[in-house]
Design a protein around this ligand. Structure first.
Ligand code: F6R
Length: 613
């Protein structure tokens, strides 16, 4: 999704902006650009494609642009929504006079109406974007102060925005504003940075201010003045980023995705550390901020999430229902938001989001809060909007996830959700003895992942064998059913192979019509309840000549005897089995995509965090 970076201070401004944009590349984009404020003019450079193209263009056309500080600049990576990827549509956008430049994330819903009004006043538009109206509107509203002009312009706008503005009228200044699209301010010594994502600026400062919706800020190298849209000063705390910037580097791995797959033993260890108490055979999840009485009163759980996080929620349904006997509904967040869901006073709503910025999940949080639910979020990104607006919840501590395909966030989500189900279970009917078993299961997860990682060469071999397939099916049962969905999602997003996940029992209700030689089926046949039925499903696939790649528990000769290829998973409980199995499927997808020469960390059309509907 689109990314914003801005800088005001004494560093080489071009280098700082390009560096920030590169750190945002993982979010997915199709064009990039920057605008620099020089004495009495704004210089804009834009290209389609990678930030590297932008860098080359700057070097070829201008040599290295070193502007004596203090100076201000804003930069952007665009992921096309309104208008195709092109230089014209890339940000920054200027107003007709060239004196105001903006970058914008989000969507301006009433842009057509605003555009025709502004055209009526003689303003000339050069792009097809919704964003360009902001530049013209701010110029139109300018009466001597950039922040006031921005506030006046934004009052006319319907939609979502995170924006940054520079103007020749206000040298050494950037104005930012947020409504539905994140903006973070990095507080440096004699310099200030702004970004849509903290990873763009974490190398420069660990002190950040997260703007709230409705905030605007005027920043210079030395000052940060935050106001609401009525121009009334508001105060926001300075937070400290808890991860070091090296965590966001590839560290010798070919791809962030592989690095993040391999980091999972440590990521999960961080997610579970200090959160279980053997003495009382339960979990300690202080961020939930619920008394045992409040927990006991919860009579329904609703999980709202998207994509991989939704799959983690589907796994959690099995955990909560079996361990805590609490009915659970798992909702695609957009559906939750628009379906007028039934929320009772004792409903607990759990939004799950790696980024904490997914627009539909955020809207679900707001809908649930409005309906009086207790909302407790599972997020990875500390200080993200969903985490802050939920008010309570559990951080994953997975570290920054840069690869667009989510991996370590999922395994940390599942591990944390198992602890949460343990906590609610112990709060109700789960015995101490059974509670201790779950603690052992949770503690076993990092070791189980390590064992699968040790087998990655074997998985790579299988991947190479099937990398030419055009279609794949993934089938599972019980808590491995959502793992089948997740395995298929991983494969399609990074290898572009058509892949579908199904409950194994659903196969014969339609999809089996598509099975034939050359259409592999990945059957999750671990030795956990449901395996016997999976054996039948594998036979059904064979009868249609589909090759079967099975996940099987170490030493299971029965599965080895009927599958064409086996990915071995260490022996473990059915709850713990989710994690090593999904890690094996992450590796399978990774190696297939690598074999096909795909751009694994930045798959086409995808964005790391989907901050628009
Ligand atoms: C898949 C993937 C997406 C995200 C989804 C939700 O690999 O990354 O499906 O899981 O966009 O994102 P978050 O968890 O940030 O809300």
């Amino acid at each position: 999704m689109c990314g914003i970076v801005g800088y005001v201070g004494n560093r080489s401004i071009v280098k700082t902006l390009l560096d920030g944009l590169k750190r945002l590349e993982y979010r997915g984009y199709d064009s990039a650009g920057l605008a620099l404020l020089e004495a009495d003019k704004i210089q804009v450079v834009k290209t389609i494609g990678k930030v590297k193209n932008l860098e080359n263009r700057i070097l070829n056309e201008y040599g290295e642009i070193e502007i004596a500080g203090p100076s201000a600049g804003i930069a952007h990576t665009r992921w096309a929504t309104h208008g195709a990827p092109s230089e014209r549509n890339a940000h920054p956008h200027l107003d007709s006079s060239g004196r105001f430049a903006i970058v914008h994330n989000g969507i301006i819903e009433n842009y057509l109406e605003l555009k025709s009004h502004l055209q009526g006043k003689g303003r000339v538009f050069v792009s097809e974007t919704d964003s360009e109206v902001l530049a013209h509107l701010i110029a139109e509203c300018y009466e001597g102060d950039l922040l006031s002009a921005t506030a006046a312009a934004l009052k006319k706008v319907h939609g979502t925005y995170g924006i940054a503005v520079i103007a020749v009228t206000d040298p050494g200044t950037i104005v930012v504003a947020r409504h539905g699209s994140p903006i973070v301010i990095g507080v440096g010594n004699g310099e200030t940075l702004i970004a849509s994502d903290v990873s763009a600026i974490a190398a420069y400062t660990q002190r950040v201010i997260y703007l709230n919706d409705g905030d605007l800020a005027k920043i210079t190298a030395e000052t940060i003045d935050i106001r609401n849209i009525e121009n009334i000063p508001v105060s926001r705390e300075i937070a400290h980023i808890d991860w070091n910037p090296e965590a966001a580097e590839k560290s010798g791995y070919d791809h962030f995705m592989l690095k993040e797959i391999c980091e999972q033993p440590e990521a999960v260890a961080n997610a579970i550390r200090g959160r279980m108490d053997k003495g009382s055979a339960t979990a300690i999840l202080a961020g939930l901020n619920m008394t045992t009485r409040e927990m006991a009163q919860v009579n329904r759980i609703v999980i709202a999430a998207c994509g991989t996080s939704l799959h983690a929620g589907m796994v959690a349904q099995y955990f909560f229902e079996e361990l805590a006997s609490i009915p659970v509904d798992v909702e695609q967040a957009a559906e939750f938001r628009y379906r007028n869901p039934i929320i009772e006073p004792n409903s607990l709503v759990i939004p799950i989001s790696q980024s904490g910025e997914t627009a539909d999940t955020l809207a679900a949080v707001r809908e649930a809060a409005n309906k009086g639910a207790i909302v407790a979020a599972l997020c990875n990104v500390v200080g993200s909007t969903i985490a802050r607006e939920s008010g309570r919840g559990i951080y994953l501590h997975a570290g920054p996830e840069i690869g667009v395909a989510s991996t370590k966030a999922f395994t940390c989500q599942v591990s944390v959700l198992l602890m949460m189900a343990l906590l609610f279970g112990r709060n109700r009917r789960l015995s101490r003895e059974d509670g201790l078993k779950i603690i052992d299961d949770v503690n076993s997860i990092p070791g189980l992942i390590s064992q699968v990682l040790e087998r990655k060469e074997a998985i790579e071999k299988i991947a190479k064998k099937y990398a030419g397939a055009k279609d794949f099916f993934y089938i599972g049962r019980g808590c491995l059913y959502p793992v089948a969905l997740e395995g298929a999602l991983k494969l399609k997003e990074i290898s572009y192979i058509h892949a579908e996940g199904y409950h194994a029992a659903e196969l014969k209700h339609g999809p089996i019509a598509l099975l034939e030689a050359g259409v592999p089926v990945v059957a999750l046949a671990n030795n956990i309840p449901g395996k016997d039925k999976m054996i039948g499903n594998i036979q059904e696939c064979h009868a249609r000549q589909s090759p079967v790649i099975a996940t099987a528990t170490d030493g299971d000769n029965e599965i080895a005897g009927i599958a064409d290829d086996v990915i071995w998973i260490p022996e473990c409980s059915k709850f713990a089995a989710v994690v090593p199995t999904v890690v094996a499927l992450q590796l399978l997808a990774y190696y297939i995509a690598k074999e096909r020469g795909c751009e694994i960390d930045q798959p086409r059309n995808l964005a790391k965090s989907v901050t628009v509907e």
